[in-house]
Design a protein around this ligand. Structure first.
Ligand code: PLP
Length: 440
């Protein structure tokens, strides 16, 4: 890479790049091009990425991702040595991601047979896998037990019935309890309130714990909670730790994930340090000093490291400015599901004044397929490249085939190099599950 192409986090006048760098990947910057500045992620320009891999494309800044993982792993170890950080893999279940997680010292949460299979394919040590879910089937439990799963997080007594039939050796178990914290987040992301479908209320936990303690093959280690996702107020984590301490004294407390991230110009999110300070202060105040503490970040590990790259397919100025891209709610469902505000940038022409407000829309057949409501950008043209920021979490995993859409590829970028981590789906993949049409 020539000096002239070293990405820099500068902000040309008339743009809002200065505010965007804190939500774009850590290793992103502006490179000078003939067309006017272009966005580079991990040292690779977006034009090159789009030409090599096509669009829509999930691009992950691998150096920034690894740095963020180390903030969690080192940060909690310094504060509470008897601890473990589990990657909540439902936020980005790709074999390449599981491998990075394991490399950097994370254990891994899986929430179903599919994620278990992906984690095993990545070579994750089964002893470091934790299996979640409120409706684990017999087949999934069998798969997990056969793989030698480290810990199963039991949700309910039906699951205990199943385990009692299936276990043929000792198995570590945690019990998910409802901590009674109504998390201040979107309803679909709040999981710790009194009416949650996940786990048992604290007053029913005692009986389940008694059953596990009485069973010779059930190695009950402690309790688990998860109050929800995209939580921006650390006080809620403090409250959860305090509440769960009332269930009893155990060797292990898994206090879940949920740390929120900044998605928009206006968002402010707690740092990893502020989050860990809050959790550990609450643990010092309420939990046994010799207990092991586990946390399960997902979103806050991967969200900022990832962006989604789209190409503009049509531009209409009808009173509104509709900039339509070659993806949409099929690959970016979170927007419609939670109403989260995201931001986007016209990534191949950064330097021109951002004096239009675009309705950034997708290509799926729903008016709700609106990716960004009023994105400041220069007047867009067909063929331009749009980058949607902070889409590393819950985008790839929620992708679907609505309107026959194909699940995008994932590339990891680092030091000017790109590597394909998951290929784009093809039409053959769509057809592979279908029986031929019935003969008359
Ligand atoms: C989803 C989930 C997480 C991760 O939540 P984030 O908000 O992505 O950090 C952790 N634990 C459990 C049990 C979950 O369901």
């Amino acid at each position: 890479m020539t000096q002239q192409h070293r990405p820099e986090q500068t902000a040309p006048e008339g743009t809002r790049l200065g505010e965007l760098w804190r939500i774009l990947p850590e290793e992103s910057g502006r490179i000078a091009t003939a067309a006017g500045g272009e966005l580079a992620i991990g040292g690779v320009g977006v034009t090159e990425l789009a030409e090599r891999y096509g669009t829509p494309l999930h691009v992950i800044d691998e150096a920034g991702l690894r740095r963020q993982i180390r903030r969690f792993v080192d940060g909690i170890r310094e504060r509470w040595p008897n601890s473990e950080v589990l990657f909540a893999s439902k936020s980005l279940p790709a074999v390449g991601m599981y491998r990075v997680a394991q490399d950097e010292g994370l254990s891994v949460d899986v929430a179903g047979g599919g994620e278990l299979v992906l984690a095993l394919a990545a070579g994750v040590d089964p002893a470091r896998l934790h299996f979640h879910g409120n409706a684990k089937t017999v087949a999934e439990l069998r798969l997990a037990l056969d793989a030698g799963i480290g810990t199963i997080i039991v949700d309910n007594e039906d699951e205990l019935d199943r385990l009692a039939r299936l276990l043929d050796r000792r198995q570590k178990l945690l019990l998910r309890v409802i901590p009674g914290v109504e998390a201040d987040t979107h309803a679909s992301q709040a999981t710790g309130g009194a009416r949650s479908k996940f786990g048992l209320p604290m007053d029913q936990a005692a009986r389940a714990i008694e059953r596990m303690r009485a069973h010779p093959l059930m190695d009950f280690e402690g309790v688990h909670l998860h109050i929800g996702s995209q939580i921006l107020n650390t006080h809620q984590f403090t409250r959860a730790v305090e509440n769960i301490s009332t269930v009893g004294d155990f060797p292990v407390y898994d206090v879940g994930g949920g740390l929120g991230v900044a998605y928009s110009y206006d968002d402010a999110a707690p740092s990893v340090d502020a989050y860990l300070d809050a959790i550990v202060a609450a643990a010092r105040a309420h939990l046994p000093a010799e207990a092991k503490i586990m946390i399960e970040p997902g979103r806050s590990v991967v969200a900022r490291a990832g962006v989604t790259l789209y190409r503009v397919v049509s531009v209409k100025r009808t009173g509104d400015v509709f900039v339509a891209v070659d993806g949409g709610m099929a690959d970016q469902l979170d927007v419609a599901l939670t109403g989260q505000r995201y931001e986007a940038v016209l990534a191949n022409r950064l330097d021109e004044p951002w004096d239009e407000r675009a309705q950034l829309v997708g290509r799926q057949c729903e008016s709700g397929d609106l990716l960004v409501d009023g994105a400041p950008m220069p007047p867009a043209r067909v063929g331009d490249l749009v980058v949607m920021a902070a889409t590393g979490a819950y985008s790839y995993t929620l992708a679907n085939n609505y309107n026959g859409a194909l699940k995008p590829a994932i590339v990891f970028v680092r030091d000017g190099e790109a590597r394909l981590v998951a290929r784009r789906e093809r039409y053959e993949d769509l057809l592979a599950t279908q029986s031929p049409a019935l003969e008359p």
